[in-house]
Design a protein around this ligand. Structure first.
Ligand SMILES: [Fe+2]
Length: 206
């Protein structure tokens, strides 16, 4: 969120095939190297003509959209959102994810949703109900965990909602392996959630 123009695409924090058999290597390669790279290239292209925006961080672009030139506002928001949402998604996964450790976040999930299983079911339902392309998110809002969805590359409402986890449900995120079976993709994603990262995000937010 702190990076500025020109944005770069750091390598994934794990190998392309490290999330197998849940998320396949080809999908991860295309998702990171083509889709995310595409958003980065388009955002850099837009900022190239606006030197006044080149020192703005990704977070600043997303949070101060009213100050963006009208002619490029939507394009910058779409592409800055695409960069943030994807980087957040990739960093929120890890190979060999074990069951959620009994962290502070775990305790908070159980408190706010009744049980971890109830949270999983609520998240699954929300992710399944995203119409078309978008994301399901676990966010912290006014001290409580909530599950929300955003369309396309919209990000949760900063600073009201602090993101803890997100799941990309654009078809490019799962179609090669799971075809049209989004439910199966969601189940597999639960096996590769980086709970340590999610817990740290939560601790940073409270
Ligand atoms: Fe994506």
């Amino acid at each position: 969120m702190t990076q500025c123009y020109p944005l770069v695409n750091p390598p994934l924090p794990y190998g392309y095939g490290a999330l197998e058999p849940y998320i396949d290597e080809k999908t991860m390669c295309l998702h990171h190297d083509r889709h995310l790279q595409g958003y980065i290239d388009k955002l850099n292209g837009l900022l190239l003509d606006y030197s006044c925006l080149q020192n703005c961080s990704l977070a600043a672009l997303l949070q101060n959209c009213g100050k963006l030139p009208k002619s490029v506002r939507t394009s910058i928001l779409n592409n800055a959102g695409g960069v943030f949402n994807h980087q957040f998604f990739f960093e929120g996964m890890a190979p060999c994810s074990k069951t959620l450790p009994k962290t502070v976040l775990y305790q908070r999930i159980c408190k706010d949703f009744g049980s971890f299983e109830a949270f999983q079911e609520a998240f699954r339902k929300e992710a399944l109900s995203v119409f078309g392309s978008g994301y399901a998110w676990l966010v912290l809002e006014r001290g409580c965990l909530r599950i929300v969805q955003t369309a396309n590359q919209v990000t949760p409402c900063l600073p009201l909602q602090t993101s803890i986890l997100n799941l990309d449900v654009w078809e490019h995120a799962y179609y090669l392996k799971h075809f049209n079976l989004r439910r199966d993709y969601i189940s597999d994603w639960f096996s590769v959630i980086n709970w340590e990262k999610a817990n740290q995000r939560y601790l940073d937010a409270v």
